[in-house]
Design a protein around this ligand. Structure first.
Ligand SMILES: Cc1ncc(C[n+]2csc(CCOP(=O)(O)OP(=O)(O)O)c2C)c(N)n1
Ligand SMILES: [Mg+2]
Length: 348
């Protein structure tokens, strides 16, 4: 499924993944699968009010997140990038706090983690990423950071994506546009959202090289992302990656896919499970054995317990914070809203 890469930069770090790295990728995918499944259960148990599962997208998320250099790059996620967050080593209690509605955009530190606040506005993170990437160019830093922005097949039909891609290409901004084509935008299938069937194919119109990759193959995703980063870092401008995957679960915990797709369609569309597929490959290549997989599962369960305990004790944030972090210098309108809110909440 991978189309010919048209990347100008030769990836100078293109050594094959070591056995240790391959096992690490599996451990991450197993942790993400477990945490994702658990988060849906937490919503059903009333621990969190809502969650957007990424079941089936583990390879696309872990493979791409693993390629990020956290000393200089920056990731701009949507609401569905828990696997990227985990692969980048975020504090997962801080991450999950968004889904507890404790605080907008998570309570992790975006600057330290290099992972911008979670973005619920469809295609909202795309322009932010291009702005940040252009800032890298303007800074003239010798070790240029690369921005990676995530968005979906549905988001690709937003006008913002056109503006972002055109600007990035003209200005040669170091940004990777990482599309997870998971077949669905809530209830709308990709064929009703993307004329021509491929988001990657559009890149040519912007003069941007693109890769369409099997998004259920973690190694293929990692390698594509690594070469895209090398291309951007060398000053050649943006790259589009379209990872072909499938949203196996509901859009969110508020969604019922049974209203718009049958179980048969789900089974056919989903293809092979990316986690099981990777497990089989590691076994066949002698990279890992059953004891390793059992240990990965044990670690995932332990982690789930710790994250659940962490979010259960999170209390609400002070309400006044919703005014204090809007602008560096608050506007008169915002100040009067804050005063009105304070006076009204004193009566509650
Ligand atoms: C600007 C905007 N329009 C509409 C919505 C409602 N909405 C939330 S998710 C979504 C579908 C997005 O689909 P896609 O980009 O394929 O991402 P996926 O959910 O599949 O990861 C829509 C329409 C929104 N959040 N923001
Ligand atoms: Mg989608």
């Amino acid at each position: 499924m991978t189309t010919e890469p048209v990347l100008a930069a030769v990836d100078d770090d293109a050594a094959p993944l070591t056995h240790h790295q391959l096992r690490e990728l599996y451990t991450l995918m197993a942790a993400v699968r477990h945490l994702d499944t658990a988060a849906v259960a937490w919503q059903r148990q009333g621990i969190i009010p809502g969650y957007a599962p990424e079941l089936g997208q583990e390879a696309a998320q872990v493979g791409s997140g693993y390629a990020v250099d956290r000393s200089r790059d920056f990731v701009f996620p949507t609401y569905r990038e828990m696997g990227v967050a985990r692969a980048m080593g975020l504090d997962m209690v801080g991450y999950m706090s968004t889904h507890k509605a404790t605080w907008h955009g998570g309570m992790y530190n975006p600057l330290e983690s290099r992972f911008a606040p979670i973005q619920a506005v469809v295609a909202g993170s795309v322009l932010h990423a291009v702005g940040w990437a252009h800032g890298q160019t303007l800074s003239g830093a010798p070790e240029m950071g690369v921005a990676m922005t995530y968005f979906g097949d549905g988001a690709s039909s937003q006008g913002d994506v056109h503006e972002a891609m055109n600007f990035a290409a003209v200005m040669k901004a170091p940004v990777v546009f990482f599309i997870q084509n998971n077949g669905w935008a809530i209830s709308v299938p990709t064929e009703r959202q993307v004329a021509g069937g491929s988001v990657a194919a559009r890149a040519a119109g912007y003069g941007i090289p693109s890769l369409q990759v099997d998004g259920n193959d973690v190694v293929a995703v990692f390698e594509a992302t690594r070469s895209a980063f090398a291309h951007c870092r060398a000053g050649n401008g943006p790259v589009v990656i379209e990872a072909m995957t499938y949203r196996r679960g509901p859009h969110s915990t508020a969604d019922d896919p049974g209203r718009y797709r049958t179980l048969d369609e789900e089974r056919l569309g989903a293809g092979e499970d990316p986690l099981e597929r990777f497990r089989q490959r590691l076994l066949a290549d002698g990279v890992a054995d059953e004891a390793f997989f059992m240990e990965a599962q044990r670690l995932a369960e332990e982690e789930e317990e710790a994250v659940r305990a962490g979010i259960e004790v999170l209390g609400p944030r002070p309400g006044a914070e919703m005014f204090s972090l809007v602008f560096q210098e608050p506007t008169p309108t915002l100040q009067s809203q804050a005063t009105a809110w304070r006076e009204e909440s004193e009566h509650v």
